[in-house]
Design a protein. Structure first.
Length: 384
């Protein structure tokens, strides 16, 4: 009788971390401090070409503190680095990329990039990408299939996987009647580069988050006109930072949705948008004046809720993101409600999988604290 064969693997690692943004680096830092050796025990994969997580793809004009805040990584202050006194005259993407590069080098995290993870599957289920068939023992772990810049496919057998892939790769653009008829330009947040691309144009901005606010402020005085449409009325936090009560409520709602396997709600919808001096000035000038969402699109504009027509040369969809979990599809974790059941950072249906920066651990409200907690849970899982 022929023994069943495992799908071939190129390496065995105790832990594979997918993503080297804030959440992934935080987990990696704590796992290293708990004794795992980067490069062998601990493998961190990142699909991006450089350091900085999603920040490296942000538009050139974005500066730290304009509408977004970046929290320090754990251990960064001990290196003499903090975003609190970073140069705000430089593009945020350059500053964050530099700080993250120094962090990775200082802690010798040995991040592999650019490496795209194409699938995560149970080894006992056989390969998910058409590779050799076979059945592995039930405790064989998870198979992380990757594709490098050279196109080579490699597989890593992992005892535990920490998914920290973020959201940048899956922008959400809602469908509205007539959207395919619109003859102007449509871009989402990941495609926005500079306000100069919309010079002397009538621009419609859609979305109620910090990106939409930033686009409107940058387009002011560059575009011929801007109109701002939101699905729900904007709620301003009133101060430049979020109050504790609102932040806690937002975290609780994220946690409830994650445990129920629902699509995660927007953070801003639960906290309101903080008002800096720059944003206050934009409100006072009438640049940041939101209107009820339009009902449909036409060839040259949109039709408002009251039946009016707004001409548009371009529509910018700053309508948020969804968690990028496509590579986890072979695990069949998606619920009928559209989400994944996650309890305290751990998949309820696959105990060898942790999700960092997901739900209540979203990077803007606590990925660093969650990094320590997940790292400890991972070590417990390896031991038990």
């Amino acid at each position: 009788m022929t023994e069943p064969l495992e799908p071939p693997v190129d390496q065995h690692a105790r832990v594979v971390v997918i993503g080297a943004g804030q959440a992934g680096l935080s987990v990696g830092y704590h796992l290293r401090r708990l004794g795992l050796v980067p490069g062998s025990d601990l493998v961190i994969l990142d699909r991006a070409p450089s350091t900085g997580g999603a920040w490296q793809f942000r538009w050139e004009a974005l500066r730290l503190g304009a509408a977004h805040r970046v929290h320090d990584l754990p251990g960064m202050r001990a290196m003499g680095l903090t975003f609190d006194d970073a140069d705000r005259s430089r593009p945020a993407r350059d500053v964050v990329g530099e700080y993250y590069r120094r962090f990775e080098q200082h802690h010798d995290l040995r991040v592999r990039r650019p490496v795209a993870v194409t699938s995560v599957a149970r080894l006992e289920d056989g390969p998910a990408d058409g590779g050799p068939a076979g059945i592995a023992p039930a405790d064989a772990g998870l198979c992380v299939t990757t594709r490098g810049a050279d196109g080579a496919v490699r597989r890593i057998r992992a005892d535990v996987v920490v998914n920290a892939s973020g959201t940048w790769g899956t922008p959400f653009v809602p469908w509205y009647p007539g959207r395919d008829m619109f003859r102007g330009r449509q871009v989402d947040t990941t495609e926005y580069r500079s306000a100069t691309e919309f010079a002397r144009q009538d621009v419609v901005v859609v979305g109620g988050g910090t990106s939409a606010i930033g686009f409107l402020l940058e387009l002011d005085g560059v575009a011929r006109s801007t109109r701002w449409f939101t699905r729900r009325p904007m709620v301003w936090a009133g101060t430049a930072s979020l109050d504790v009560e609102s932040a806690v409520a937002a975290v609780d709602e994220q946690d409830r949705a994650a445990r129920a396997g629902e699509v995660l709600p927007s953070i801003v919808s639960g906290t309101g948008a903080p008002v800096s001096r720059r944003i206050r000035a934009g409100i006072d000038r009438g640049v940041l004046h939101d209107e009820p969402m339009f009902t449909r699109m036409g060839a040259d504009g949109v039709v408002t809720a009251d039946g009016g027509h707004v001409h548009a040369d371009a529509v910018i969809w700053a309508t948020g993101f969804r968690a990028d979990l496509r590579h986890l599809a072979p695990l069949h974790l998606r619920t009928a409600a559209g989400g994944v059941v996650v309890e305290d950072g751990r998949s309820a249906d696959e105990p060898r999988l942790f999700l960092a920066g997901y739900g209540p651990q979203a990077s803007t409200i606590g990925a660093n604290r969650a990094g320590r907690r997940i790292a400890r849970q991972v070590m417990d899982a390896l031991a038990g």
